[in-house]
Design a binder for this molecule. Structure first.
Ligand code: PMP
Length: 632
């Protein structure tokens, strides 16, 4: 646990609550175990909300957005999103999935158009910029079926309920500050490593060896609120953001290429090598058991992250590229033959083009490509026309790395399945920006790379439906993947081991598990909302730069802002940004057909992630303006 986390954990004490409430209101009962009395805090929150003008009744998680107190400034501009009950008991629709990207009911484009007309002066560019969305407010898309269950503030907290003394009525109504302090103290519980720690007095808690955080599953059991999304505190989790580049603070806007790593991931990998390192599954000794547990535990985290129904559906590979090659060489070679067809889209990464070309060349199959419109959106009608009983496989990206388009993956899967084709979804660019639910998507394969979701390089995942994996022969032979070997015959394991020949990337799989913990702790719906606001802000500003052409203007987008600037080669723009410490990609982004569709060979591609803030965008815009001004 880092010092600051430890501080937070240690600061959970009854005194904190008493200080916040004050003697004038009477002293709240303190929990015998040294943790704040959550029920009392809940009551305090209810007292407060009831006292607001026009409010009656309890403030519970089941309250609809319409009845949430309109004047609850301590919860930021969108209190309803914090507290309206999510409907977690149904499968998400395509609209839900899109909403998760922050798209909400209105489209990305219309939101850009409707972004506030009011202007502020940017501290970076000194020019007028559109007003930003409120920062550092609790956010979350409560409409999302994936939204975490928010606690009812009258709910009894299972862990504490029985042990606590009856709650006395408070002597006076709590103030706004009281409620804020109370809720903060509740959310600081979040930093405790495990549920067991909650029942120990603060002084008896020992710091865990690494900066582990309470796991979301434990959190759900406890029904504690998620930590509020605060971009400044998120930034402190990423040590590399303290780096200077060319004498300027690093601004990392190359997230589509790779993401930076939080301290908890770095610590987890170090801890593995310091305390657990061993090969797995083989030796009967302590470290082998520890390493195996850590590795398999990471597989469980991945399964939960993707909402797979079993750990056996999760194969560890090197990355998205290797996962696609695995499917092509294993499932593909068995199921795709002469005159069969593989359908992809025009906006695929080379990793989702070349393996299929290779397979087609080998088998005599044909590659068909679904076109996109001028905004970079897949033309679904045209896509459907390509489907036929000859279609064996459809392979599409969920988010385009060159344009940012979020594709209608669920609809594509449904259409393809009507023709009996399997579907692979390339999640390399989606997993860090939106929740993934492979069961809701109903895809047959799903692939992603750990390094794009704040995990290490060299580790990635292939998810496969059980029948699809069972129908795929091993693609590499060696140790680990066998049940028995004689010179005459080898018996293979079932999935996933049959696809994990040799010693895998054990430590980085464990690191990926820590990365998943990290994003789950922040809440994907909160991340999506933050990035969505930032994307709209950045788009609006980029559109004010003369001669700048955005490449990729789909209604539903995530993260990516591809553009070309009249009068400048894309490398020149990249170099100018680099001089100011700003990292963006300029080039073809391994998606040449996608860019050529828009008549360009290369583009400049800033791409956003959860730790980017408005200042990053302002700095980007300032450099682009300067570049234009000096050329004029
Ligand atoms: N698909 C997409 C959409 C990507 O953006 C990338 C990486 N840029 C890949 C696949 C390949 O990922 P990796 O290089 O990590 O295997």
């Amino acid at each position: 646990m880092s010092t600051s986390d430890q501080d937070k954990a240690e600061s959970v004490s009854p005194l904190m609550v008493q200080d916040a409430v004050g003697n004038a209101r009477g002293v709240l009962p303190s929990a015998p175990t040294g943790v704040p009395d959550v029920a009392a805090l809940a009551q305090m929150a209810n007292e407060f909300f009831r006292a607001l003008p026009g409010q009656a009744g309890q403030f519970t998680g089941a309250q609809s957005a319409a009845t949430v107190p309109s004047a609850a400034p301590q919860f930021g501009a969108t209190p309803s999103s914090m507290f309206a009950a999510p409907s977690a008991d149904r499968l998400p629709s395509e609209a839900d999935v899109h909403r998760l990207s922050g798209g909400s009911a209105s489209s990305y484009q219309s939101e850009v158009a409707a972004a506030p007309a009011a202007m502020n002066v940017s501290p970076y560019s000194g020019t007028e910029v559109p007003q930003r969305a409120a920062q550092n407010t609790p956010i979350g898309n409560a409409d999302s079926p994936f939204a975490p269950p928010m606690p009812s503030f009258d709910a009894s907290f299972p862990l504490f309920g029985a042990e606590f003394p009856a709650i006395p009525r408070m002597a006076a109504l709590p103030t706004e500050d009281d409620v804020r302090a109370a809720l903060n103290s509740v959310s600081s519980l979040y930093f405790l490593e495990d549920a067991g720690a909650l029942s120990k007095p603060a002084t008896a808690r020992t710091a865990p060896p690494i900066a582990a955080r309470i796991s979301p599953s434990v959190l759900q059991d406890l029904q504690l609120p998620r930590k509020q999304f605060d971009v400044n505190s998120v930034r402190r989790d990423f040590p590399i953001l303290q780096e200077q580049v060319n004498g300027k603070p690093l601004i990392w806007l190359d997230n589509a290429a790779t993401t930076q790593k939080p301290q908890s991931v770095i610590d987890r990998i170090s801890y593995f090598y310091e305390h657990e390192n061993s090969n797995i599954h083989r030796a009967a000794h302590e470290l082998a058991a520890k390493a195996t547990d850590a590795y398999e535990n990471a597989r469980e985290k991945v399964a939960r992250f993707l909402n797979a129904s079993s750990v056996n559906e999760i194969v560890f590979v090197r990355g998205a590229t290797e996962a696609i090659n695995l499917v092509a060489k294993s499932w593909g070679r068995r199921h795709i033959g002469k005159d069969d067809e593989i359908v992809i889209s025009w906006i695929e990464h080379h990793a989702n083009i070349v393996p299929w070309q290779m397979l087609a060349a080998e088998t005599g199959a044909r590659l068909r490509v679904a076109p996109v419109d001028d905004d970079g959106q897949i033309l679904l009608d045209e896509f459907e026309k390509l489907l036929s009983p000859r279609t064996r496989l459809v392979s599409v990206t969920q988010v385009s790395n060159a344009l940012g388009t979020i594709t209608p993956t669920r609809q594509i899967v449904q259409m393809a399945h009507r023709y009996g084709a399997r579907v692979l979804v390339d999640g390399a660019q989606s997993v860090s920006h939106m929740s993934t639910d492979v069961q809701a998507l109903d895809c047959d394969f799903f692939v992603f790379s750990g390094h794009k979701v704040f995990g290490p390089t060299g580790i990635g995942v292939l998810y496969g439906k059980p029948d699809a994996l069972a129908d795929s022969p091993p693609w590499q032979g060696g140790g680990n993947m066998i049940v028995d070997v004689t010179f005459e015959k080898t018996i293979y394991h079932a999935a996933p081991a049959r696809f994990e020949a040799g010693t895998g990337n054990i430590a980085d799989a464990v690191g990926l598990g820590a990365a998943i913990d990290y994003v789950e702790q922040l809440g994907m719906e909160n991340i999506a909302r933050h990035e969505h606001d930032l994307l709209i802000y950045a788009t609006k500003l980029l559109q004010t730069i003369p001669g700048l052409r955005l490449i990729g203007t789909a209604k539903e987008k995530a993260s990516v802002l591809s553009f070309v600037l009249e009068g400048f080669r894309t490398e020149e723009v990249g170099a100018a940004l680099n001089r100011e410490g700003i990292a963006v990609r300029s080039g073809h982004h391994c998606a040449q057909p996608a860019l050529r569709r828009f008549g360009v060979e290369t583009s400049v591609r800033p791409s956003l992630a959860l730790y980017n803030h408005y200042e990053d965008v302002d700095a980007l815009i300032a450099v682009l303006r300067k570049l234009k001004n000096t050329a004029a």
